[in-house]
Each structure stands twice: as C-alpha cells, then as structure tokens.
Write a protein that binds this ligand. Structure first.
Ligand code: NAP
Length: 281
C-alpha cells in the first residue's frame, strides 16, 4: 500500500473553512498538497503558512469553479504541476444569497457546486486513474436530503429560494459521486461523497432575514469547528479503513443512506448526460 507521504492531494476550496483544515491535516501527515482558491493572494498565504512546517512543499492554482474557462485552465495547470494525483477532494462550495447568473448564463450555485466540480473531476480523471490507487471525495451535505433535481429548471429560474438551489446542488454531488464510482469501478479509484457535519465556517455569510438568526444561533449551539469537520474529509481521503469503499455517501465517518432521489439510477444517468453537455465534454 502506498504511504500518504508518497501521495499528491488536490483540494478545491483549500483556502478556507473545512478545505483549508483538511489541507493542513493532510500536509501534516506528509502528503504533497495542492490547493485551489479564487484569489491568488489568499491561496499563496495559505500555502506559505503550510510550507513553514510541511516536509513536502504545498502549492496552489487559482480556480473559479463557476467559470468553465477557469476550470479548464486550472485543470491544465494542475496537470502540469502534478505528474501524479492520488486524491482529489472537491470541497469548495457556496450558499448564494440571491439568484445570480454567471457570464456563461448558469445559475451561480449550480455552476459552482455542481458543474465546476463535475468538469474539474472529469478533466483530472485520467491522471488519477494513471496514479491509482486513488480516491475522489466530493463534499456534499445532509441538505441534499431536501433537494430535488428539477430537470426542467436546473437554472433555478422558477425555483424560489437559494436554499432549494443549494440542496439541489448538494444532491447533484451525491448523484455525481455514485455515477462516477460506477464508471470507475475497475480502475482502482474510489469515489464517495460525504456530509461533514454542521460546521462553523463562512459558508453561511450570505444568508439573511429570519434564517440568518436561526443559523447564527444554531452555529453557536451546535456547530463543530472546521478542524473537527476536516477529519471526516481526511478519513474518507486517506484512512485505510475505507480503502476500497466506493459509491457510498458518508455522514461524517459512517456510511449512510442518501435520499431516495440520490439512489435513482435513471436520474443519476440523466444528470450525468445533462452535465456533460452543459460543460461541453
Ligand atoms: N459549513 C457547514 O456546516 C457545511 C455543512 C455541510 C456541507 N458543507 C460543505 O462543505 C464545503 C466547504 O464549505 P465550508 O463550510 O468550509 O465553507 P467556507 O468556509 O465558505 O469555504 C468555502 C471554500 O470554497 C471556496 N469557493 C467558494 N466559491 C468558489 C468558486 N466559485 N470557485 C472556487 N472556490 C470557491 C472558497 O474560496 P475563497 O477562499 O475564494 O472564498 C473557500 O475555500 C462546501 O461544499 C459545503 O457545501 C458545509
């Protein structure tokens, strides 16, 4: 078995919250870590902090998941920097405050939380397979349980409320993980999604109104720290206990049953085909 010291980990959303803590924990265990971030300055700062103590030098690539052009450029840079990729962690995500469209006319939450990770993962997939054994971890959320893939309105035009858009995108994460796991069955690469718990991060910064009050009380009373939540991600990415487990949804450390929608094979395939067309693969 390959030790973590010989492994390269790519983490989207490694500049903040759960992703940053996961990057630090993996670097501490000896992995070579590449983080992505929207801002070069912020990403450089995180990498400099890690490189003060890390044995393997961490690096970064700038990436805006909401832009397919940015994803394609970033994937190219990652492939140039990493001759092997053993672990890909799709951690970056947002909860948008209002409905916004990207320059390519995609609803921002859908583009950032689903289409971007879908494209990035597919563009890095051959390198991960060539570096097998490998793992792909997709950070979803228990919020997916309330989500539905509205194939007639993936752009959330009629879908009132960004919570619904978030839940839909997190359901898409679980479905994507299951579809990809099926496609990579005999490749030596496992694919799983997870809910990292309710975590005190900046994810909720855009929520407003009455919801904001509930969330800030909830965060104070029930949320775990990003350091604790990151352990659930690191477990799925690197623990020998889950080696070979694929196509599953984890609630923190345990395999859990996702929503009925997530288990709908026909819908998973429909989502795959839609996403492929949407990002031009
Ligand atoms: N917090 C929770 O309670 C909770 C619960 C369940 C699931 N999750 C999931 O956990 C993941 C991490 O969230 P978090 O709580 O750690 O949130 P966070 O602290 O807000 O961190 C989000 C990360 O995503 C990056 N990001 C945002 N938009 C991006 C874009 N367009 N392109 C590239 N990167 C982008 C951010 O980069 P910048 O530094 O550039 O902002 C940041 O690194 C998300 O997928 C979220 O859905 C969180």
């Amino acid at each position: 078995m390959m030790s973590i010291q010989d492994q390269t980990v790519v983490i989207s959303g490694g500049t903040d919250g759960i992703g940053r803590c996961a990057a630090e924990q993996l670097a501490k265990s000896g992995a070579r870590v590449l983080i992505t971030g929207r801002s070069a300055e912020k990403a450089r700062q995180v990498v400099d902090d890690i490189n003060r103590w890390s044995v393997n030098q961490a690096s970064y690539v700038t990436l805006d998941l909401s832009s397919p052009t940015s994803v394609r450029r970033a994937a190219q840079e990652i492939l140039e920097q990493c001759q092997q990729i053993n672990i890909l962690i799709n951690c970056a995500g947002i909860i948008a405050h209002t409905r916004q469209e990207t320059p390519e006319s995609y609803e921002l939450t859908w583009a950032t939380n689903h289409l971007g990770p879908f494209l990035l993962t597919n563009l890095l997939c051959d390198r991960i397979i060539d570096s097998a054994p490998g793992r792909i971890v997709i950070v979803s959320s228990a919020a997916h349980m309330t989500g539905h893939i509205n194939f007639d309105d993936l752009q959330s035009i009629a879908n009132v409320g960004m919570q619904k858009a978030y839940a839909q995108s997190k359901l898409a994460n679980v479905m994507f993980a299951r579809s990809l796991a099926g496609r990579l069955k005999h490749s030596g690469v496992t694919v799983n999604s997870l809910h990292p718990g309710f975590v005190a991060t900046k994810l909720f910064r855009e929520i407003d109104g009455i919801f904001r009050i509930f969330v800030s009380i909830g965060v104070r009373l029930f949320a775990s720290s990003p350091e604790v939540a990151a352990r659930t991600v690191v477990n799925l990415a690197a623990s020998s206990e889950v080696a070979g487990v694929t196509g599953e949804y984890f609630d923190k450390f345990k395999v859990s049953r996702p929503s009925a929608d997530a288990l709908d094979e026909k819908a998973c395939e429909q989502l795959w085909q839609f996403s492929k067309n949407a990002v031009g693969l």
